[in-house]
Design a protein around this ligand. Structure first.
Ligand code: HEM
Length: 186
């Protein structure tokens, strides 16, 4: 049974973890698409791609840039020995652009995760293992609604285009990636 304080802390954590990351992905994802107009067209031609686009955009623009893990027992990972308590800093964005895992890793390809028979390798945008994002499917759903609206023919992209040209695009943060100028950023 949670105490009132624990319950409150859990609510705050969930809200902050869920809101900031999702809002930021909408901004950075939109900017990514602006820089790849053929991908916007691809989603207009094949609306079902809006289902797989969030995964590709999160791979390219992970809202959370860094996570850490500590060894709980002596372990060797990739030829490096770790004693209990020793840790590593994982650079999520770097891992998501690993050319040994993702062919043509810098290219925006909204169809990358669209084929269930040949799925692309899992990205680290929601992390992995025991701390895997609790709200993983939820932001994708939100993003899908947003991107579907923006890709609809009636929506004008002029506003985003102005942002695309703006020099105030990226704020300086080592751990959180966002695009302030879109207004979708925390
Ligand atoms: C695009 C949106 C989101 C991104 C990119 C994201 C990313 C992440 C990442 C990378 C982690 C793992 C951190 C680690 O390894 O230490 C994480 C954990 C977590 N996320 Fe998300 N998240 C998103 C949305 C959400 C939403 C909507 C919720 C809640 C409804 C949420 C709740 C949490 C919680 C509670 C954890 C901690 C899980 C644990 O440590 O066991 N996240 N998220």
């Amino acid at each position: 049974m949670l105490t009132e304080q624990e319950l409150l802390a859990t609510c705050i954590t969930t809200f902050v973890a869920g809101h900031e990351t999702t809002a930021n992905l909408i901004g950075t994802g939109m900017l990514r698409l602006l820089r790849a107009p053929d991908q916007i067209q691809a989603m207009r031609d094949r609306p079902e791609l809006t289902a797989s686009a969030p995964d590709e955009l999160l791979r390219l623009e992970p809202s959370v840039q860094i996570t850490t893990r500590a060894a709980t027992r002596p372990i060797t990972v990739a030829g490096h020995d770790f004693e209990p308590g020793e840790g590593v800093v994982v650079l999520i964005n770097s891992a998501n652009h690993d050319e040994r895992v993702f062919p043509d890793p810098d290219r925006t390809n909204v169809a990358r995760y669209s084929d269930p028979m040949h799925p692309a390798k899992k990205h680290l945008g929601f992390s992995l293992g025991i701390h895997y994002c609790l709200g993983g499917p939820w932001p994708c759903w939100r993003w899908r609604s947003c991107s579907t609206c923006c890709c609809a023919k009636s929506v004008r992209w002029g506003w985003f285009r102005r942002i695309h040209r703006s020099s105030r695009t990226w704020p300086g943060s080592r751990s959180i990636r966002c695009c302030r100028a879109t207004g979708f950023a925390v």
